[in-house]
Design a protein around this ligand. Structure first.
Ligand SMILES: *Cc1c(COP(=O)(O)O)cnc(C)c1O
Length: 453
């Protein structure tokens, strides 16, 4: 029989914390496998920490989302938001499912092209498009979403130069009842900026205004904001038709659906408080169906959903480095991953599960990362069974933004694997090496040598 684990007794102040309506949290069960693959086996083979992506979860989540919309509206197109997770294998799962690409920089644009996305299925958003980016996008007949007047005027000059007629949309920002308002991107609806830009584009007649776009925020906890946004874009389309007898072929409502993660400090857990795909779809599709379109005129509905499609598919497997007692008696557990690779710990109370069996005793504590930085906190407050050095954990729902916003700070970025539909494991991004990092540094000749003896 295995020897029972001994915990050195301590005297400590009781830290009960506030209960929410679920009582104290007892959500913790060991998670020993992901999609049938052993967590310990994965760590043995690919190292710790390790990002693990479930192809099955991506496809299921995508199909659930798509279905919620196609059940309610006849013409729906998804476009994968590259910045949410642009590891090529991840992008290609979405492209296999039928997603176009949505990019916000020349770097992402080229990534999408190299993944094989046809240029006319790439949506180019964002305030930072260089002249070369714009020329490339015009050449490939992509959908260019204009962000501001300076970009509009520059694009007009370039179209004259290259003598081509690009397909464009404008990004519109608006009051949807959610504050602070995201009014730094695009043209404002209420002040008439958007209408002004529309008139400039159509009357100058150098570009084809084919769509209207908005991206009203991220982690939107109210579906109704999308109904307001859809109505306002539909209203613009109606006025374009009335004044110019011109049909807008698509309405793009951007991304921003909340995932099931729990926001820091929130009273309810994310799987209870976040609207479902059906909630969002109901709000958006009703608003479009109720607008002034005849059946033949219904625009294509484009969605650039990022976070909500990939968060659940990503897990981070890691290892306990050490335990200590803080001066107030609380247990602190130090992991081998920190905010350097888990940026979303700043926003989320990530759910974390031990990857091995444990006793029923649990304790309130803090989970830290390994960085020599005070901000390196994974969970400020968590109830966990005690774990010892070398034990493994799985952090859930980390698929969105971590594998793009991760920093090469103090430690290098780890391996990323994907578990396919048959539970086969594929390495999809190699961990960084010192050689890889040194490769892009240059040493001036006079600094090559020194003598410390
Ligand atoms: C970031 C972004 C998205 C994706 O947003 P999520 O909140 O991850 O769904 C979509 N469209 C644009 C323009 C974006 O900038």
């Amino acid at each position: 029989m295995e020897k029972l684990r001994y915990e050195r007794p301590v005297v400590k102040k009781l830290n009960t914390g506030m209960m929410n309506k679920f009582g104290t949290r007892t959500e913790y069960n060991p998670v020993t496998h992901i999609d049938g693959v052993s967590v310990k086996g994965l760590i043995e083979k690919y190292g710790s920490p390790l990002f693990v992506i479930s192809e099955r979860t991506i496809r299921q989540t995508y199909q659930d989302c798509k279905r919620a919309f196609t059940n309610r509206y006849p013409r729906v197109q998804m476009a994968w938001s590259y910045k949410t997770n642009y590891i090529n294998a991840v992008c290609n799962v979405f492209h296999q499912e039928g997603s176009w690409a949505e990019v916000v920089s020349g770097f992402e644009y080229n990534k999408a092209l190299q993944n094989g996305v046809p240029g006319n299925k790439i949506i180019f958003n964002g305030p930072d498009k260089t002249d070369n980016d714009l020329k490339l996008a015009i050449d490939h007949n992509s959908l260019i979403h204009i962000d501001h007047l300076d970009e509009l005027y520059r694009l007009m000059e370039i179209t004259k130069e290259v003598n081509k007629r690009p397909r464009v949309a404008i990004r519109v920002n608006m009051d949807t009842g959610v504050y602070p308002m995201w009014d730094r991107f695009g043209f404002n609806y209420e002040t008439g900026q958007a209408w002004d830009a529309i008139n400039k584009i159509i009357l100058n007649d150098q570009m084809d205004l084919v769509g209207l776009h908005c991206h009203i925020g991220t982690f939107m906890l109210t579906a109704n904001a999308y109904a307001i946004a859809a109505s306002k874009l539909a209203d613009l389309a109606y006025h374009i038709h009335a004044k110019f007898n011109k049909k807008i072929s698509y309405i793009d409502l951007g991304g921003g659906f909340a995932s099931k993660n729990t926001l820091r400090g929130s009273y309810l857990q994310g799987n209870v408080s976040s609207p479902s795909f059906d909630d969002y779809a109901e709000a958006i599709c009703s608003a479009l169906l109720n607008a002034e379109y005849s059946k033949q005129e219904l625009p294509l509905l484009i969605l650039e959903t990022g976070r909500a499609l990939i968060d659940d598919a990503g897990s981070l497997c890691g290892t306990v480095l050490a335990n200590k007692r803080l001066s107030d008696g609380r247990r602190a557990t130090i992991m081998d991953f920190g905010v350097n690779i888990l940026f979303t710990s700043f926003w989320y109370e990530h759910k974390l599960s031990p990857a091995q069996e444990f006793s029923h005793y649990t304790e309130d504590g803090v989970v830290y990362g390994p960085l020599c930085m005070n901000i390196d906190v994974i969970r400020e407050n968590i109830t966990l069974p005690p774990m010892k050095k070398g034990d493994n954990v799985v952090v859930h729902s980390v698929g969105a933004y971590n594998m793009t916003q991760w920093m090469q700070f103090i430690a290098m970025r780890p391996n990323v694997v994907m578990i396919d539909m048959d539970s086969k494991v594929h390495l999809i991004r190699n961990k960084e090496t010192l050689e890889y990092i040194n490769n892009i540094e240059e040493m001036p000749a006079y600094l090559k040598e020194f003598n410390l003896s």
